[in-house]
Design a protein around this ligand. Structure first.
Ligand SMILES: [Mg+2]
Length: 178
């Protein structure tokens, strides 16, 4: 994990303070929970691969009382299924303006943006990254997302990046059990 000191004044200590306030983790899907590549079968069916490290991390977050949700521009049944399997019940697919959805989630969950962490890797994520308490991106993210993030994971999207963020949040809150 790397702190983006252009967006932080207090380095790692500030990141931990931000992580301590988090009660909801929101995730982009493509490039964050996946490697960002879109796979299609001959019949045109879309496929994605998810990493068990991330799935387990999401379960640990939920068990620790941290909510988890997704906001994605694309729409697919397999994402709905993956969310159902993991117990994610805040699911927004086919989203054009992610910042509007953030407003909606804040209103529904009665949360301030300071208590939300968001992980995104591209331009549509930037307006959300700029607003939340803890903004994270991944090494393969577009430069605009990296610039907008407070922290950048060591792991790539689809390869445990989300687990790394969950671990950081839980450790900051003294809730990491391993
Ligand atoms: Mg993405």
């Amino acid at each position: 994990m790397q702190a983006n000191n252009n967006r932080l004044t207090g380095g790692i200590a500030e990141l931990e303070t931000r992580a301590r306030a988090v009660s909801l983790l929101l995730l982009d899907v493509d490039g964050v929970l996946t490697d960002g590549r879109l796979y299609f079968s001959n019949s045109g069916e879309e496929m994605k691969t998810f990493h068990t490290l991330d799935g387990q991390g999401i379960r640990f977050a939920l068990e620790a009382g941290i909510g988890v949700g997704i906001i994605t521009g694309r729409e697919s049944a397999l994402v709905s299924k993956r969310c159902k399997d993991l117990g994610i019940n805040i699911v927004h697919q086919g989203v054009g303006d992610k910042s509007l959805v953030l407003d909606q989630i804040c209103a529904e969950q009665k949360l301030a943006t300071e208590s939300i962490a968001y992980v995104g890797d591209d331009a549509p994520d930037v307006p959300v990254l700029m607003r939340v308490g803890l903004a994270a991106s991944v090494p393969t993210g577009h430069r605009c997302a990296l610039d907008a993030a407070h922290m950048i994971t060591d792991a790539q999207g689809g390869y445990g990046a989300v687990r790394e963020i969950v671990d950081f949040i839980l450790a900051s809150q003294n809730k990491l059990s391993y």
